[in-house]
Design a protein around this ligand. Structure first.
Ligand code: FMN
Length: 420
């Protein structure tokens, strides 16, 4: 055989994909690959704002690491020809137990920002939570999504309650289904990557950032072509809509209500008739108080490791919280989810659903709306595959028999009393 014939018999050329985004996304086998691609596309300060956490980032790392401390106890020969990954939240179906967490300023990753994320979530029939600090407004998101979209609104509680009332009225008018009150941010956590870089929001391209901008021409072109970024929900308010650059810490520390307490939950019950969630619960005593306060769900969360460094990972709290609240309230596990198998682990420990922030933001930065689609599909496929490989036919078979977790996460009866 000639050398050429031998070569032809062993080499097969794939058809070249001319669409660069498609080509790059096709090579992303998991969320970590999307993260790396996002890092290539974004100026360093923007990537660090999304990727970073508070202080030594111990909690940030713990959120993901703790998932790897759980071991599956898979069943085999379980006839997994048909499985059903669907679940329910607030009496409505979700195709698999995932919610998109609120993330402010999504337009710094890609100019479509929150609109791309909301459209992608709707395509997958998953709930999407729009942040108070979003760069697209409640009305803009409602306009690009259809009747069946599950749009939720995340509330930061401003000192100015009239502003909060107004936001809730706008969300109601725009058919948002539920609200999520973030309770872990009386002041902003110390995000040292942002401090070092002097990061401002919205980002301003000054002399110091021109070098970074030039190194990331695709991002810079997209950023400069789009209309200026503002805190779209706050335009016209007295708290600053981001037309002049401020550090996020200045904005949060001067405007958020540090006197917020359990008494205020009743105010929200009056002001909002739909489901209410508290986001940022970090111990079982507070979960009991949340249950008593009459909210409809709780999200175990440490803000993706961006607030109190040293806080426990959400996944390590699930068992204690489920036991303490006697399964009377849906528990959402928010933080560190990077794989479908992470979702399966949290559900097996008793969570109703997981939330993810960075997974879809990495996708957004890596490939715009198609990148978000890719991230969500990776999580869905991973979740389905885990169900098949563990022999679980539906989400109720994802239970504590299917996993082993570290002893320290178990409920200690003496710890499960309420203490205020
Ligand atoms: C860039 C970024 C912005 C965020 N903005 C908000 C926000 O405006 N409101 C909020 O309640 N949580 C915010 N979060 C926290 C997320 O809602 C969520 O709790 C966190 O991302 C979960 O961790 P994960 O990124 O590991 O999935 C933000 C997180 C990131 C990464």
């Amino acid at each position: 055989m000639s050398l050429f014939a031998t070569f032809r018999s062993v080499v097969r050329f794939r058809q070249f994909e001319w669409d660069r985004t498609k080509r790059q996304l096709a090579r992303c086998a998991n969320v970590e690959d999307l993260r790396r691609l996002a890092q290539q596309h974004l100026p360093a300060g923007i990537f660090d704002y999304i990727d970073g956490g508070a202080e030594d980032e111990i909690t940030l790392r713990r959120n993901t690491d703790d998932f790897s401390r759980i071991t599956f106890r898979p069943r085999v020969l379980a006839d997994v020809a048909a499985i059903n990954p669907a679940t329910q939240l607030f009496s409505r179906d979700i195709p698999f137990p995932l919610i998109l967490a609120p993330t402010g300023f999504s337009r710094i990753a890609n100019s479509q920002g929150e609109l791309a994320v909301a459209r992608s979530a709707e395509r997958m029939s998953l709930p999407y939570t729009l942040s108070t600090m979003a760069t697209r407004s409640i009305e803009d998101v409602a306009a690009v999504t259809g009747e069946n979209a599950r749009n939720w609104f995340q509330v930061y509680v401003w000192r100015d309650r009239a502003l909060v009332s107004d936001l809730l009225a706008r969300a109601r008018e725009a058919n948002f289904e539920a609200i999520m009150i973030t309770v872990d941010t009386p002041v902003l956590g110390r995000r040292e990557r942002d401090i070092r870089r002097g990061f401002l929001l919205p980002p301003k391209i000054g002399l110091d950032t021109i070098y970074e901008g030039a190194r990331h021409p695709r991002w810079t072109y997209d950023f400069l072509r789009a209309e200026p970024i503002t805190f779209a929900n706050l335009v016209g308010s007295t708290v600053g809509d981001g037309r002049s650059a401020v550090s996020l810490a200045e904005q949060v520390n001067s405007q958020f209500d540090q006197a917020l307490s359990w008494r205020d939950v009743a105010w929200f019950r009056e002001a909002w008739s739909g489901p209410i969630m508290l986001k940022g619960i970090q111990r079982h005593e507070d979960a009991i108080l949340a249950l008593k306060s009459g909210v409809d769900a709780i999200a175990l969360s440490n803000h993706g490791g961006r607030q109190l460094d040293g806080a426990p990972s959400p996944v390590s709290l699930i068992t204690q919280v489920i036991d303490a609240t006697e399964n009377q309230i849906p528990v959402i596990c928010d933080g560190g989810v990077r794989r479908g198998s992470d979702i399966a682990k949290a559900i097996s420990l008793g969570a109703t659903a997981c939330m993810t922030g960075r997974s879809y933001l990495y996708g957004l930065a890596a490939g715009g709306e198609r990148g978000v689609d890719h991230a969500l599909r990776l999580l869905e496929e991973g979740f389905l595959k885990t169900m098949v490989l563990t022999g679980a036919h539906n989400v109720s078979e994802l239970n504590d028999q299917l996993v082993e977790m570290p002893k320290a996460w178990e409920s200690q009866p003496q710890n499960l009393q309420e203490s205020e």
